[in-house]
Write a protein that binds this ligand. Structure first.
Ligand SMILES: [Zn+2]
Length: 459
Protein backbone atom coordinates (compact mmCIF):
# COMPACT_ATOMS: atom_id res chain seq x y z
CA UNK A 1 0.00 0.00 0.00
CA UNK A 2 1.33 3.41 -0.93
CA UNK A 3 0.29 5.71 1.87
CA UNK A 4 1.49 9.27 2.32
CA UNK A 5 4.22 10.02 4.81
CA UNK A 6 2.90 11.31 8.14
CA UNK A 7 5.07 13.12 10.68
CA UNK A 8 3.97 13.25 14.31
CA UNK A 9 5.59 14.83 17.34
CA UNK A 10 6.66 12.19 19.83
CA UNK A 11 6.85 13.48 23.41
CA UNK A 12 9.28 10.68 24.20
CA UNK A 13 11.92 11.78 21.66
CA UNK A 14 10.89 15.46 21.60
CA UNK A 15 11.02 15.34 17.79
CA UNK A 16 8.68 14.83 14.87
CA UNK A 17 8.92 11.25 13.66
CA UNK A 18 7.56 9.28 10.73
CA UNK A 19 4.52 7.24 11.55
CA UNK A 20 5.40 3.59 10.90
CA UNK A 21 2.42 1.47 11.98
CA UNK A 22 3.07 -1.97 13.47
CA UNK A 23 0.50 -3.35 11.00
CA UNK A 24 0.74 -1.90 7.51
CA UNK A 25 -1.87 0.80 6.95
CA UNK A 26 -3.61 0.27 10.31
CA UNK A 27 -2.91 2.73 13.13
CA UNK A 28 -3.86 1.57 16.61
CA UNK A 29 -4.35 4.21 19.28
CA UNK A 30 -4.88 4.16 23.04
CA UNK A 31 -6.25 7.33 24.65
CA UNK A 32 -6.51 8.14 28.33
CA UNK A 33 -10.18 8.81 28.92
CA UNK A 34 -12.32 10.49 31.55
CA UNK A 35 -12.61 9.83 35.25
CA UNK A 36 -16.34 9.58 35.68
CA UNK A 37 -17.15 11.07 39.06
CA UNK A 38 -17.76 14.56 37.68
CA UNK A 39 -18.60 16.31 34.41
CA UNK A 40 -15.83 16.90 31.89
CA UNK A 41 -15.01 20.53 31.04
CA UNK A 42 -14.07 22.01 27.70
CA UNK A 43 -10.37 21.67 28.58
CA UNK A 44 -10.86 17.91 28.86
CA UNK A 45 -12.77 17.99 25.59
CA UNK A 46 -9.83 19.68 23.91
CA UNK A 47 -7.68 16.77 25.10
CA UNK A 48 -10.18 14.27 23.68
CA UNK A 49 -10.20 16.17 20.38
CA UNK A 50 -6.57 15.15 19.79
CA UNK A 51 -7.24 11.46 19.05
CA UNK A 52 -10.36 12.50 17.11
CA UNK A 53 -8.36 14.84 14.85
CA UNK A 54 -5.64 12.23 14.60
CA UNK A 55 -8.06 9.54 13.41
CA UNK A 56 -9.92 11.85 11.05
CA UNK A 57 -6.64 13.07 9.52
CA UNK A 58 -5.15 9.60 9.16
CA UNK A 59 -8.31 8.25 7.57
CA UNK A 60 -8.43 11.21 5.20
CA UNK A 61 -4.89 10.29 4.15
CA UNK A 62 -5.91 6.68 3.53
CA UNK A 63 -4.94 4.92 6.77
CA UNK A 64 -7.26 2.78 8.85
CA UNK A 65 -7.49 3.41 12.57
CA UNK A 66 -8.60 1.64 15.71
CA UNK A 67 -8.99 3.56 18.96
CA UNK A 68 -9.43 2.44 22.55
CA UNK A 69 -10.32 4.95 25.27
CA UNK A 70 -10.52 3.88 28.90
CA UNK A 71 -13.08 5.02 31.40
CA UNK A 72 -11.65 5.36 34.90
CA UNK A 73 -14.44 4.27 37.18
CA UNK A 74 -12.41 3.67 40.29
CA UNK A 75 -11.79 7.14 41.45
CA UNK A 76 -8.24 8.15 42.16
CA UNK A 77 -6.83 11.11 40.35
CA UNK A 78 -3.23 11.30 41.43
CA UNK A 79 -0.91 9.20 43.46
CA UNK A 80 -0.83 11.93 46.09
CA UNK A 81 -4.54 12.16 46.70
CA UNK A 82 -4.66 8.40 46.35
CA UNK A 83 -2.16 8.00 49.17
CA UNK A 84 -4.18 10.35 51.31
CA UNK A 85 -7.06 7.97 50.81
CA UNK A 86 -9.21 10.45 48.90
CA UNK A 87 -11.17 8.36 46.50
CA UNK A 88 -13.05 10.90 44.44
CA UNK A 89 -15.54 8.37 43.26
CA UNK A 90 -16.48 7.58 46.83
CA UNK A 91 -16.56 11.25 47.83
CA UNK A 92 -19.00 11.93 44.99
CA UNK A 93 -21.00 8.84 45.88
CA UNK A 94 -21.35 10.03 49.46
CA UNK A 95 -22.24 13.61 48.48
CA UNK A 96 -24.81 12.51 45.93
CA UNK A 97 -26.09 9.57 48.00
CA UNK A 98 -25.57 7.16 45.13
CA UNK A 99 -23.52 4.02 44.66
CA UNK A 100 -20.15 4.34 42.85
CA UNK A 101 -21.68 2.36 39.97
CA UNK A 102 -24.57 4.82 39.66
CA UNK A 103 -22.17 7.77 39.76
CA UNK A 104 -19.94 6.23 37.10
CA UNK A 105 -22.87 5.36 34.83
CA UNK A 106 -24.35 8.85 35.13
CA UNK A 107 -21.13 10.73 34.36
CA UNK A 108 -20.11 8.29 31.62
CA UNK A 109 -23.43 9.04 29.87
CA UNK A 110 -22.86 12.79 30.31
CA UNK A 111 -19.36 12.37 28.81
CA UNK A 112 -20.76 10.57 25.76
CA UNK A 113 -23.31 13.35 25.28
CA UNK A 114 -20.62 16.05 25.57
CA UNK A 115 -18.28 14.45 23.02
CA UNK A 116 -21.20 13.98 20.64
CA UNK A 117 -21.94 17.71 20.81
CA UNK A 118 -18.30 18.39 19.94
CA UNK A 119 -18.37 16.02 16.94
CA UNK A 120 -15.72 13.92 18.66
CA UNK A 121 -16.12 10.53 17.06
CA UNK A 122 -16.79 7.67 19.42
CA UNK A 123 -13.86 5.41 20.20
CA UNK A 124 -14.06 1.79 19.00
CA UNK A 125 -13.96 0.54 22.58
CA UNK A 126 -14.49 2.08 26.02
CA UNK A 127 -13.04 -0.41 28.50
CA UNK A 128 -13.85 0.32 32.12
CA UNK A 129 -11.17 -0.04 34.77
CA UNK A 130 -13.47 -2.05 37.05
CA UNK A 131 -13.74 -4.73 34.33
CA UNK A 132 -9.96 -5.22 34.13
CA UNK A 133 -8.98 -5.67 37.77
CA UNK A 134 -7.95 -9.36 37.33
CA UNK A 135 -5.67 -8.30 34.47
CA UNK A 136 -4.14 -5.55 36.66
CA UNK A 137 -3.50 -8.12 39.41
CA UNK A 138 -1.68 -10.34 36.88
CA UNK A 139 0.57 -7.46 35.84
CA UNK A 140 1.33 -6.60 39.48
CA UNK A 141 2.21 -10.26 40.17
CA UNK A 142 4.64 -10.21 37.23
CA UNK A 143 6.19 -6.96 38.47
CA UNK A 144 6.68 -8.54 41.91
CA UNK A 145 8.25 -11.66 40.37
CA UNK A 146 10.62 -9.51 38.30
CA UNK A 147 11.52 -7.47 41.41
CA UNK A 148 10.14 -4.20 40.03
CA UNK A 149 7.68 -4.02 42.93
CA UNK A 150 7.44 -4.74 46.65
CA UNK A 151 4.63 -5.28 49.08
CA UNK A 152 4.18 -3.68 52.50
CA UNK A 153 1.12 -4.53 54.62
CA UNK A 154 -1.10 -5.41 51.69
CA UNK A 155 -0.06 -2.40 49.58
CA UNK A 156 2.19 -2.92 46.55
CA UNK A 157 4.58 -0.21 45.36
CA UNK A 158 6.52 0.11 42.13
CA UNK A 159 10.24 0.35 42.82
CA UNK A 160 11.34 3.16 40.50
CA UNK A 161 15.03 2.48 41.20
CA UNK A 162 14.55 -0.92 39.49
CA UNK A 163 13.74 0.78 36.16
CA UNK A 164 16.67 2.99 35.12
CA UNK A 165 14.70 4.62 32.29
CA UNK A 166 12.18 6.01 34.79
CA UNK A 167 11.91 9.73 34.10
CA UNK A 168 12.77 9.48 30.37
CA UNK A 169 9.37 10.57 29.10
CA UNK A 170 8.99 13.57 31.38
CA UNK A 171 12.76 14.19 31.51
CA UNK A 172 12.55 14.28 35.27
CA UNK A 173 15.69 13.53 37.21
CA UNK A 174 15.21 11.26 40.21
CA UNK A 175 15.77 14.19 42.60
CA UNK A 176 12.97 16.07 40.87
CA UNK A 177 10.75 13.04 41.19
CA UNK A 178 11.31 13.22 44.92
CA UNK A 179 10.49 16.91 44.97
CA UNK A 180 7.35 16.13 43.03
CA UNK A 181 5.82 14.20 45.89
CA UNK A 182 3.86 16.38 48.22
CA UNK A 183 3.36 16.01 51.94
CA UNK A 184 5.11 13.69 54.34
CA UNK A 185 7.03 10.90 52.65
CA UNK A 186 5.43 7.52 53.20
CA UNK A 187 7.91 5.66 55.46
CA UNK A 188 6.90 2.37 53.86
CA UNK A 189 8.25 3.43 50.47
CA UNK A 190 11.85 2.66 49.55
CA UNK A 191 11.96 5.85 47.45
CA UNK A 192 9.56 8.78 47.88
CA UNK A 193 8.86 8.61 44.13
CA UNK A 194 7.69 4.98 44.26
CA UNK A 195 4.07 4.83 43.21
CA UNK A 196 1.22 2.60 44.30
CA UNK A 197 0.21 -0.38 42.17
CA UNK A 198 -2.24 -1.87 44.65
CA UNK A 199 -3.64 -0.25 47.77
CA UNK A 200 -4.80 -2.20 50.79
CA UNK A 201 -8.45 -1.48 51.49
CA UNK A 202 -9.14 0.82 54.41
CA UNK A 203 -12.12 0.33 56.66
CA UNK A 204 -14.78 2.21 54.73
CA UNK A 205 -14.19 1.08 51.22
CA UNK A 206 -17.00 0.23 48.88
CA UNK A 207 -15.01 -0.63 45.75
CA UNK A 208 -12.79 -3.45 47.00
CA UNK A 209 -11.43 -6.52 45.19
CA UNK A 210 -9.75 -9.65 46.56
CA UNK A 211 -6.07 -10.03 45.66
CA UNK A 212 -3.03 -12.12 46.63
CA UNK A 213 -2.14 -9.22 48.99
CA UNK A 214 -5.54 -9.03 50.64
CA UNK A 215 -8.59 -6.93 49.81
CA UNK A 216 -7.82 -3.65 48.10
CA UNK A 217 -8.07 -1.67 44.88
CA UNK A 218 -5.75 -0.82 41.99
CA UNK A 219 -3.68 2.31 41.45
CA UNK A 220 -4.62 4.61 38.60
CA UNK A 221 -1.50 4.03 36.48
CA UNK A 222 -1.77 0.23 36.33
CA UNK A 223 -5.27 0.59 34.87
CA UNK A 224 -3.93 1.98 31.61
CA UNK A 225 -1.09 -0.55 31.29
CA UNK A 226 -3.63 -3.35 31.77
CA UNK A 227 -6.33 -2.06 29.43
CA UNK A 228 -4.02 -0.88 26.64
CA UNK A 229 -2.12 -4.17 26.40
CA UNK A 230 -5.21 -6.35 26.95
CA UNK A 231 -6.94 -4.82 23.95
CA UNK A 232 -4.20 -3.55 21.63
CA UNK A 233 -1.46 -6.04 22.48
CA UNK A 234 2.04 -5.33 23.74
CA UNK A 235 3.07 -3.28 20.69
CA UNK A 236 0.85 -0.51 19.41
CA UNK A 237 1.31 2.74 17.54
CA UNK A 238 0.13 5.82 19.41
CA UNK A 239 -0.80 6.70 22.99
CA UNK A 240 -2.55 10.02 23.58
CA UNK A 241 -3.35 12.08 26.64
CA UNK A 242 -3.23 15.61 28.01
CA UNK A 243 0.04 17.38 28.76
CA UNK A 244 -0.82 16.90 32.43
CA UNK A 245 -0.69 13.10 31.95
CA UNK A 246 3.01 13.02 31.02
CA UNK A 247 4.06 12.83 34.65
CA UNK A 248 3.38 10.81 36.64
CA UNK A 249 0.71 8.87 34.75
CA UNK A 250 2.44 8.02 31.49
CA UNK A 251 5.89 7.83 33.04
CA UNK A 252 4.48 5.18 35.37
CA UNK A 253 2.70 3.39 32.53
CA UNK A 254 5.97 3.02 30.60
CA UNK A 255 7.74 1.72 33.70
CA UNK A 256 5.00 -0.86 34.27
CA UNK A 257 4.38 -2.03 30.71
CA UNK A 258 8.02 -2.16 29.64
CA UNK A 259 9.15 -3.88 32.84
CA UNK A 260 6.50 -6.57 32.27
CA UNK A 261 7.19 -7.11 28.53
CA UNK A 262 10.89 -6.32 28.41
CA UNK A 263 10.45 -4.10 25.34
CA UNK A 264 8.97 -0.86 24.08
CA UNK A 265 5.17 -1.05 23.90
CA UNK A 266 4.13 2.35 22.50
CA UNK A 267 5.78 3.79 19.36
CA UNK A 268 4.60 7.40 19.70
CA UNK A 269 3.39 9.43 22.68
CA UNK A 270 1.19 12.39 21.76
CA UNK A 271 0.01 14.98 24.28
CA UNK A 272 -2.54 17.73 23.86
CA UNK A 273 -1.85 21.22 25.24
CA UNK A 274 -3.87 22.51 28.15
CA UNK A 275 -6.73 24.97 27.97
CA UNK A 276 -6.01 28.12 29.94
CA UNK A 277 -8.50 30.53 31.45
CA UNK A 278 -7.10 33.93 32.46
CA UNK A 279 -3.68 32.34 32.40
CA UNK A 280 -4.64 29.49 34.75
CA UNK A 281 -5.16 25.93 33.69
CA UNK A 282 -8.81 24.92 33.48
CA UNK A 283 -9.18 22.18 36.05
CA UNK A 284 -11.79 20.48 38.11
CA UNK A 285 -9.97 21.47 41.27
CA UNK A 286 -9.44 25.14 40.32
CA UNK A 287 -13.16 25.82 39.94
CA UNK A 288 -12.72 27.68 36.62
CA UNK A 289 -14.76 25.07 34.91
CA UNK A 290 -16.95 25.28 31.79
CA UNK A 291 -19.06 22.44 30.52
CA UNK A 292 -19.90 22.46 26.85
CA UNK A 293 -23.60 22.48 27.76
CA UNK A 294 -23.03 25.74 29.65
CA UNK A 295 -21.55 27.34 26.56
CA UNK A 296 -24.57 26.10 24.65
CA UNK A 297 -26.94 27.63 27.22
CA UNK A 298 -25.14 30.95 26.69
CA UNK A 299 -26.04 30.78 23.00
CA UNK A 300 -22.83 29.42 21.52
CA UNK A 301 -22.72 26.61 19.03
CA UNK A 302 -20.72 23.81 20.74
CA UNK A 303 -18.75 23.48 17.51
CA UNK A 304 -17.59 27.08 17.95
CA UNK A 305 -15.32 25.65 20.63
CA UNK A 306 -14.09 23.10 18.12
CA UNK A 307 -13.46 25.92 15.63
CA UNK A 308 -11.55 27.83 18.32
CA UNK A 309 -9.43 24.77 19.15
CA UNK A 310 -8.57 24.26 15.47
CA UNK A 311 -6.92 27.70 15.43
CA UNK A 312 -4.11 26.51 17.70
CA UNK A 313 -1.58 23.70 17.32
CA UNK A 314 -2.82 20.78 19.38
CA UNK A 315 0.38 20.81 21.45
CA UNK A 316 0.19 24.50 22.37
CA UNK A 317 -1.67 25.84 25.37
CA UNK A 318 -4.87 27.54 24.22
CA UNK A 319 -6.36 30.58 25.91
CA UNK A 320 -10.07 30.38 26.41
CA UNK A 321 -12.30 33.41 26.74
CA UNK A 322 -15.92 34.14 26.02
CA UNK A 323 -14.74 36.84 23.63
CA UNK A 324 -12.58 34.40 21.70
CA UNK A 325 -15.40 31.89 21.61
CA UNK A 326 -17.80 34.57 20.36
CA UNK A 327 -15.40 35.35 17.52
CA UNK A 328 -15.17 31.66 16.62
CA UNK A 329 -18.94 31.33 16.75
CA UNK A 330 -19.36 34.22 14.30
CA UNK A 331 -16.67 32.91 11.97
CA UNK A 332 -18.20 29.43 11.93
CA UNK A 333 -21.67 30.76 11.12
CA UNK A 334 -20.24 32.92 8.34
CA UNK A 335 -18.38 29.96 6.91
CA UNK A 336 -21.55 27.86 6.88
CA UNK A 337 -23.40 30.69 5.12
CA UNK A 338 -20.64 30.84 2.52
CA UNK A 339 -20.72 27.09 1.96
CA UNK A 340 -24.50 27.20 1.50
CA UNK A 341 -24.10 30.04 -0.99
CA UNK A 342 -21.32 28.29 -2.93
CA UNK A 343 -23.26 25.01 -2.99
CA UNK A 344 -26.25 26.73 -4.52
CA UNK A 345 -24.21 28.02 -7.45
CA UNK A 346 -24.06 25.65 -10.37
CA UNK A 347 -20.89 25.43 -12.39
CA UNK A 348 -18.20 23.15 -13.67
CA UNK A 349 -15.81 21.77 -11.08
CA UNK A 350 -12.25 22.74 -11.72
CA UNK A 351 -10.65 19.35 -11.09
CA UNK A 352 -7.04 20.47 -11.47
CA UNK A 353 -7.51 23.35 -9.06
CA UNK A 354 -9.34 21.11 -6.58
CA UNK A 355 -6.48 18.58 -6.62
CA UNK A 356 -3.97 21.32 -6.02
CA UNK A 357 -5.87 22.75 -3.05
CA UNK A 358 -6.51 19.30 -1.63
CA UNK A 359 -2.84 18.34 -1.79
CA UNK A 360 -2.01 21.46 0.24
CA UNK A 361 -4.62 20.47 2.81
CA UNK A 362 -3.20 16.93 2.99
CA UNK A 363 0.32 18.26 3.44
CA UNK A 364 -0.84 20.39 6.39
CA UNK A 365 -2.55 17.57 8.28
CA UNK A 366 0.29 15.13 7.52
CA UNK A 367 2.69 17.57 9.19
CA UNK A 368 1.91 16.76 12.84
CA UNK A 369 -1.78 17.65 12.40
CA UNK A 370 -1.17 21.28 11.46
CA UNK A 371 -4.81 22.31 11.71
CA UNK A 372 -4.07 26.06 12.01
CA UNK A 373 -2.48 25.87 8.54
CA UNK A 374 -5.45 23.81 7.32
CA UNK A 375 -7.82 26.50 8.66
CA UNK A 376 -5.73 29.22 7.01
CA UNK A 377 -6.18 27.30 3.78
CA UNK A 378 -9.95 27.30 4.33
CA UNK A 379 -9.85 31.10 4.59
CA UNK A 380 -7.54 31.44 1.59
CA UNK A 381 -9.79 29.22 -0.51
CA UNK A 382 -12.79 31.38 0.42
CA UNK A 383 -11.06 34.52 -0.92
CA UNK A 384 -9.66 32.82 -4.03
CA UNK A 385 -11.16 33.10 -7.53
CA UNK A 386 -11.82 29.33 -7.62
CA UNK A 387 -15.31 28.39 -8.89
CA UNK A 388 -17.96 28.34 -6.17
CA UNK A 389 -18.89 24.70 -6.79
CA UNK A 390 -15.21 23.71 -6.42
CA UNK A 391 -15.02 25.59 -3.13
CA UNK A 392 -18.13 23.87 -1.87
CA UNK A 393 -16.84 20.44 -2.90
CA UNK A 394 -13.47 20.97 -1.22
CA UNK A 395 -14.98 22.21 2.04
CA UNK A 396 -17.41 19.34 2.18
CA UNK A 397 -14.47 16.99 1.79
CA UNK A 398 -12.21 18.79 4.30
CA UNK A 399 -15.00 18.80 6.85
CA UNK A 400 -14.42 15.04 7.25
CA UNK A 401 -11.29 16.16 9.13
CA UNK A 402 -12.48 19.48 10.59
CA UNK A 403 -15.80 18.14 11.89
CA UNK A 404 -17.47 21.57 11.86
CA UNK A 405 -20.74 20.56 10.17
CA UNK A 406 -19.99 23.04 7.37
CA UNK A 407 -22.85 21.63 5.31
CA UNK A 408 -25.38 22.41 8.03
CA UNK A 409 -27.84 24.99 6.77
CA UNK A 410 -27.01 28.22 8.54
CA UNK A 411 -29.54 28.48 11.33
CA UNK A 412 -30.70 31.79 12.64
CA UNK A 413 -28.17 33.36 14.95
CA UNK A 414 -28.92 32.06 18.44
CA UNK A 415 -26.84 34.80 20.08
CA UNK A 416 -28.45 38.19 19.43
CA UNK A 417 -26.26 40.99 18.04
CA UNK A 418 -24.24 42.69 20.74
CA UNK A 419 -24.60 39.88 23.27
CA UNK A 420 -21.09 38.50 22.77
CA UNK A 421 -19.58 41.94 23.49
CA UNK A 422 -21.69 42.34 26.64
CA UNK A 423 -20.66 38.89 27.80
CA UNK A 424 -17.01 39.71 27.28
CA UNK A 425 -17.39 42.95 29.26
CA UNK A 426 -19.17 41.06 32.00
CA UNK A 427 -16.39 38.51 32.14
CA UNK A 428 -13.89 41.34 32.66
CA UNK A 429 -16.07 42.92 35.36
CA UNK A 430 -16.30 39.63 37.19
CA UNK A 431 -12.55 39.06 36.92
CA UNK A 432 -12.09 42.53 38.47
CA UNK A 433 -14.70 41.63 41.11
CA UNK A 434 -16.83 44.59 40.03
CA UNK A 435 -20.07 42.85 40.87
CA UNK A 436 -22.29 45.91 40.50
CA UNK A 437 -21.13 46.32 36.91
CA UNK A 438 -21.44 42.60 36.36
CA UNK A 439 -25.07 42.67 37.54
CA UNK A 440 -25.85 45.62 35.24
CA UNK A 441 -24.44 43.70 32.31
CA UNK A 442 -26.42 40.64 33.31
CA UNK A 443 -29.61 42.74 33.16
CA UNK A 444 -28.59 44.15 29.79
CA UNK A 445 -28.07 40.62 28.51
CA UNK A 446 -31.42 39.55 29.91
CA UNK A 447 -33.10 42.36 28.01
CA UNK A 448 -31.61 40.79 24.87
CA UNK A 449 -33.09 37.46 25.92
CA UNK A 450 -29.77 35.95 27.05
CA UNK A 451 -29.58 34.33 30.47
CA UNK A 452 -26.11 33.92 31.94
CA UNK A 453 -25.23 31.45 34.63
CA UNK A 454 -22.16 32.07 36.77
CA UNK A 455 -19.27 29.80 37.53
CA UNK A 456 -17.55 30.19 40.85
CA UNK A 457 -14.57 32.52 40.55
CA UNK A 458 -11.13 31.11 41.03
CA UNK A 459 -9.70 32.23 44.37
ZN1 LIG B 1 -4.28 6.57 31.26
Amino acid sequence: MNLPRVRLYNTFSRTKQDLEPVSDGMVRIYSCGPTVYRYVHVGNLRTFMLPDLLRRSLEYLGYQTEQVMNITDVGHLTDDSFDRGEDKMLVSARLEKKSPEEIAAYYADAFMEDIRKMNIRASDAYPRATEYVPRMIELIETLLEKRHAYEVDGTVYYDIASFPAYGSLSRNATEKLMAGTRGEPDPRKRHPGDFTLWKAAGSNRVQVWPSPWGPGFPGWHIECSAMSMAILGDRFDIHTGGADNVFPHHEAEIAQSEAVTGHRVVSLWMHGGLLMLSGARMAKSAGNFFRVTELEEQGFDPLAFRYLALQARYRSPLNFSTRGLGGADNALRQLRENVAEWSSQRGDEDVAAADDWDSRFRAAIADDLDLPSAMALVAELGRSPVAASTKAGLLESWDRVLGLDLGRSPAKRTLPPGAAELMAQREQARAARDFARSDQLRDALRSLGVEVSDQPLKK
